[in-house]
Design a protein around this ligand. Structure first.
Ligand code: MV4
Length: 458
């Protein structure tokens, strides 16, 4: 096992990783920007190193500064957390070349999954269902048009380098194809410097369901079931839950089993997530994330397994030590992402926390690095807390969530708390009857006041 891990991240996830390290008897090194000198993970870590000014580009994305910090503190491994360096294959390679262990998958796997066309082809070759569409990238407008006619409209034009919805446009009919093609390509070029495109049949009411995977260096791979992440707005997840209210036991076992089998076949090690669209009883692979995810906590709540601990263990080349049948599921978990944002517009609301009280009690977990008097800097992601509840049934989890949201106090800044209270009281949400468009529709239907939607209004 490692003796000292450098955590190359910030906020709640840096604290989450620190907690796993301490319980494993591993010392921690926090790295931080000047804006994060008073952060909780910096206070709690055994050592800390300031790696640059507030701008992420000069601190959390500053490879020489991170490697130097690992070197001067004598760390043996680097945990990239979520975002920043987590899916940067070049960084993963440099970490190993400098004699440290990268706590994550092989650079080769990061690279394969970073190219959405290669990822899809790899999964298809291994028997995972994918959305009908082009076989690889589409070389020209005319080729695309001919193909779209064969697939049948509507089609979705996607960037090979994409993800997160950038460089993606729907063409509803042949008349609209050229404009969608041109816009999607321009957006992809601007965002990724790469305008290679592919085409898929557009699914108009899918759910976003993902499978949590873990593989070791010895060819063993297991799954921890699915999470339903359909409650989202503009590609930002807002609520996640497990199990998905839409799946039956047979579908769950089939998708989990197939995903774990393929991950094992490609020699995947580390934690990873296969993302699927699920519509009308069918699954379609879309992407694979080669990192820990924000919502891993939901899976932890129903399996009782510390996924960060497991991630660190497999990175140290330890074998899994258990098999699929040892993983059991207990009840239901729901997570609310609490961002410091206006609950109607999602405009960030940085500033000083004036009053903070977190809920507690049986089945309630709050992952957060904020505290009374903490000043949320304006430079980074606005996620400030995750409220995760677990119950014996979905209904018990919902009652517990409603109770916990009512106890939560975060003063001084605007947060998504009022939006969460509104969502979880909607009959569709209570019935588990929602798709990836549901939240945006709900917010459009909210009564407008002075041209602004009002969360919580009836
Ligand atoms: C799709 C789709 C419908 N049909 N592909 C959005 C980002 C990228 N990761 C994949 N995305 C989608 N791909 C086909 N063929 C709808 C989306 C999509 C979406 C997917 C997951 C979660 C939220 C979403 C929001 C809008 C669109």
């Amino acid at each position: 096992m490692f003796e000292k891990i450098l955590i190359a991240n910030r906020g709640e996830i840096a604290l989450r990783i620190h907690r796993a390290c301490k319980e494993m008897g591993v010392a921690t090194v926090a790295v931080h920007s000047t804006a994060d000198a008073d952060a909780m993970h910096v206070r709690l870590a055994d050592e800390s190193v300031c790696i640059g000014p507030p701008s992420a580009k000069e601190s959390y994305l500053n490879i020489p500064a991170i490697l130097t910090a690992a070197s001067v503190t004598g760390a043996d491994a680097i945990h990239p957390g979520i975002g920043f360096m987590a899916e940067n294959a070049h960084f993963a390679e440099l970490v190993s070349e400098h004699g440290f262990t990268f706590i994550g998958p092989a650079p080769e796997h990061i690279r394969i999954m970073g190219d959405k066309v290669t990822a899809k082809r790899t999964m298809k070759e291994h028997g995972i269902p994918t959305v009908p569409g082009s076989d690889g990238t589409v070389p020209s407008l005319d080729f695309g048009k001919a193909l779209a006619r064969k697939i049948g409209y509507p089609v979705l034009i996607k960037a090979a380098a994409g993800g997160g919805g950038k460089g993606m446009k729907v063409a509803r009919d042949e008349k609209g194809f050229e404009e969608a093609w041109t816009l999607a390509r321009a957006e992809a070029k601007a965002a990724f410097g790469n305008d290679e495109m592919y085409i898929e049949k557009y699914l108009d009411h899918p759910r976003h369901i993902e499978i949590q995977l873990l593989g070791d260096y010895h060819g063993n791979c297991v799954h921890f079931g699915e999470r339903d992440c359909s409650i989202q707005r503009r590609h930002q997840k807002v609520i996640e839950e497990a199990p998905s209210p839409a799946l039956n036991a047979r579908e769950r076992d089939k998708m989990g089993g197939l995903s774990a089998k393929v991950a094992s076949e490609i020699g995947y090690h580390g934690v990873g997530t296969m993302e699927f669209l699920y519509q009308d009883g069918e699954f379609y692979f879309i992407e694979m994330n080669t990192r820990l995810q924000v919502e891993h906590t939901v899976t932890e709540m129903i399996t009782g397994i510390d996924l960060v601990r497991e991630q660190i263990r497999v990175a140290s080349k330890a074998p899994l030590g258990y098999t699929q049948k040892d993983i059991t599921f207990e009840g239901h978990a729901i997570e609310c992402r609490i961002n410091a944002e206006n609950p109607n517009t999602f405009v960030p609301s940085p500033g000083k926390i004036e009053n903070y009280h977190a809920p507690g009690g049986l089945g309630v977990r709050v992952d957060s690095a904020i505290y009374d008097g903490y000043v949320i800097p304006p430079y980074y992601d606005s996620l400030i807390a995750k409220l995760v509840v677990q119950g014996k049934s979905r209904n018990e989890a919902l009652l517990r969530l409603r109770r916990s949201l009512g106890e939560f106090v975060i003063g001084g800044v605007e947060t998504l708390l009022p939006l969460h209270e509104k969502i979880i009281n909607q009959p569709d949400f209570i019935n588990g009857d929602y798709d990836i468009h549901w939240l945006e529709k709900m917010m459009e239907e909210t009564p407008k006041k002075n041209g602004k939607a009002v969360a919580g209004a009836e």
